[in-house]
Design a protein around this ligand. Structure first.
Ligand SMILES: Nc1nc2c(ncn2[C@@H]2O[C@H](COP(=O)(O)OP(=O)(O)OP(=O)(O)O)[C@@H](O)[C@H]2O)c(=O)[nH]1
Ligand SMILES: [Mg+2]
Length: 201
């Protein structure tokens, strides 16, 4: 199985734009309105020697009790639960918000590798806005412009750093499945032997 990477964050930060940029196709719908993505969208991607799957998710509104935001949050939680690495997207133009802090607390509980991505840094002159996000205690923020295609290589380098352990784990799982398969084979052989013994004159 390929590594799974979930793109999460509050609404309208540019998750779908980043997703399309990483998969190299316009799969997800992009609009300047919060709440456009409602489901989980999967796409295959590659970077250097790695093949992986990316999941775009709906924006997480931590406080909302309304049905649609709650369902979108559940979709994002499902993506987080099944993924190996999380790309947490924030908006470098708007700066740090209370919703970002709440989403970061939710993500920390999942105990998976998190890469903090500050989007909408379309020009180096905006790079200083990233410093605010150090206070999320998630690690060094990586600045990108999903729209302009800036910083995507650095982001993917960081994401792929977590893959070797995942790929090694997957191998371990495959071996354990093979061992689990053995007794069945023996039982089958035994049944064939018994059947041929029974049918022998
Ligand atoms: N300036 C700038 N705008 C961006 C960038 N990336 C995305 N946007 C804009 O931000 C808005 C929201 O983008 P989306 O990709 O739909 O955001 P989203 O996080 O998927 O939004 P939801 O699905 O509603 O949660 C759109 O108007 C995009 O064009 C960027 O790098 N720079
Ligand atoms: Mg979206």
């Amino acid at each position: 199985m390929k590594p799974l990477v979930a793109i999460v964050g509050r609404p309208n930060v540019g998750k779908s734009t980043l997703f399309n940029r990483i998969v190299g196709k316009r799969i997800a719908i992009i609009e300047d309105t919060p709440g456009v993505t409602r489901d989980r969208i999967y796409g295959d991607a590659e970077w250097l020697t790695h093949n992986f799957t990316v999941i775009d998710t709906g924006g997480i509104e931590p406080d909302s009790e309304d049905i649609i935001p709650a369902q979108m949050r559940r979709q994002a939680e499902l993506a987080i639960e099944t993924s190996h690495v999380i790309v947490f997207v924030v908006d470098g133009r708007e700066g740090l918000t209370a919703a970002d802090i709440e989403v970061s607390e939710m993500l920390r509980r999942c105990k998976k590798p998190i890469v903090l991505c500050v989007n909408k840094v379309d020009h180096v002159k905006y790079e200083d806005t990233a410093y605010d996000f150090y206070s999320l205690s998630i690690g060094a923020p990586i600045t990108v412009s999903a729209e302009q295609g800036l910083g995507i290589g650095d982001l993917l380098d960081e994401v792929c750093r977590y893959f070797p352990a995942i790929e090694a784990d997957e191998g371990g799982e495959a071996i354990s499945i093979a061992v689990v398969g053995k007794p069945t084979k023996r039982i089958m052989c035994l049944s064939i032997l018994q059947a041929s013994a029974a049918s022998a004159p």
